[in-house]
Write a protein of this length. Structure first.
Length: 137
């Protein structure tokens, strides 16, 4: 059955994005079935889908007085929080920990320079020394 309805060349197209052959009747792209094999190719090529564009709700642009009030509020917020306090409030430490040399190692934060001492073992487990390993072998 070379020309069955499923494999008929009339229904086969090449995707404009990926170049793959596809049956346009089975494309998940609802508006551009004859161009794209699926909505992913449509979105990747256009940056949006036609369905998404049709469903888009446009909100009215704020007036100039609303924009100036929003900008003023933003400036007041920025001035009320000092940069160092703002940085420390949202700061997550990224520790650089020294090589293990004994039971403790020194750690330094890459961002703020804070220091902290870290244990090189888990408390529940007894720390084995090199002598212990040598006698066990």
């Amino acid at each position: 059955m070379p020309n069955s309805p499923v494999t008929a060349p009339v229904f086969l197209r090449y995707c404009a994005r990926c170049g793959r052959r596809y049956d346009w009747r089975r494309s998940t792209s609802s508006s551009l079935k004859m161009t794209y094999c699926n909505t992913l190719c449509e979105c990747a090529d256009l940056g949006f889908t036609i369905d998404g564009l049709l469903r888009l709700e446009v909100s009215p642009a704020p007036s100039s007085s609303q924009r100036s009030r929003q900008a003023q509020k933003k400036r007041v917020r920025e001035m009320s929080i000092s940069p160092t306090a703002q940085t420390l409030a949202s700061h997550t430490h990224h520790w650089l920990i020294d090589e293990p040399n004994g039971p403790l190692s020194q750690g330094t934060c890459r961002a703020c320079g804070a220091t902290k001492v870290f244990r090189n073992w888990i408390e529940e487990i007894e720390m084995a020394t090199n002598k212990d390993w040598a006698t066990a072998a």
